[in-house]
Design a protein around this ligand. Structure first.
Ligand SMILES: [Fe+2]
Ligand SMILES: [Fe+2]
Length: 206
């Protein structure tokens, strides 16, 4: 157990402080950088910071959940989703820097909170653990959809990244469902939405 904790702590440090790697080519690889006004750039940076912070949270959630998942099928589902989340982390971080911004300073705070939530979901048992995964992915998918409307129309590169992430998240939700996710009670879904709202409002700015 102590070894596992050390490994997870090490993963946490790498999520927060080392550049993430991607195996797939970036979804915007063939697209030209557009001329954006200063205001458009600032807005795109803010939105991509929110998405990056969401991916930092996803890392922590899945780590917490994989730590406590009991059956190998649930663990495999979590690990597969987590692998693509590392790619999302890489794409959003690179895009923020290309636009001239910095990732949110609140990452470590959200990382710690999400790890605790992930461990808690895992301790409740596999069907709730997967239910939490499915609901998270649904909410993130809907949120990314809204960013496709909110991002500057000319910023085709950010849009291509967000669009691929949205498709991946919805696939993760379906996968959790297939592995036997339970449907979460409405108040829990509401609480998750509220927490996500706090994260999006704060990481857009700080
Ligand atoms: Fe993601
Ligand atoms: Fe996902």
């Amino acid at each position: 157990m102590f070894d596992t904790l050390i490994t997870e702590f090490d993963k946490g440090l790498r999520t927060l402080f080392a550049p993430a790697q991607s195996q797939r080519p970036r979804p915007d690889a063939g697209l030209e950088e557009a001329e954006l006004s200063a205001a458009e750039k600032r807005h795109a940076i803010g939105l991509m910071r929110v998405n990056h912070c969401g991916e930092v949270c996803a890392q922590a959630l899945y780590q917490g959940q994989a730590l406590t998942a009991r059956n190998p099928a649930a663990r495999e589902a979590l690990q597969h989703a987590a692998f693509e989340e590392v790619e999302h982390l890489a794409w959003t971080e690179q895009r923020i820097r290309e636009l001239g911004g910095q990732p949110s300073l609140l990452g470590p705070l959200w990382y710690t909170g999400s790890l605790a939530i992930g461990v808690t979901a895992g301790l409740l048992g596999d069907k709730w653990n997967l239910g939490f995964l499915e609901e998270t992915e649904h909410q993130v998918g809907a949120h990314l959809d809204s960013h496709l409307t909110a991002l500057p129309a000319a910023d085709a590169k950010s849009r291509a990244i967000v669009s691929q992430m949205r498709d991946d998240e919805l696939r993760h939700a379906d996968m959790a469902h297939e592995y036997g996710a339970a449907s979460l009670p409405l108040p829990v879904k509401g609480l998750m939405k509220l927490t996500a709202k706090l994260m999006t409002v704060s990481s857009y700015r700080i």
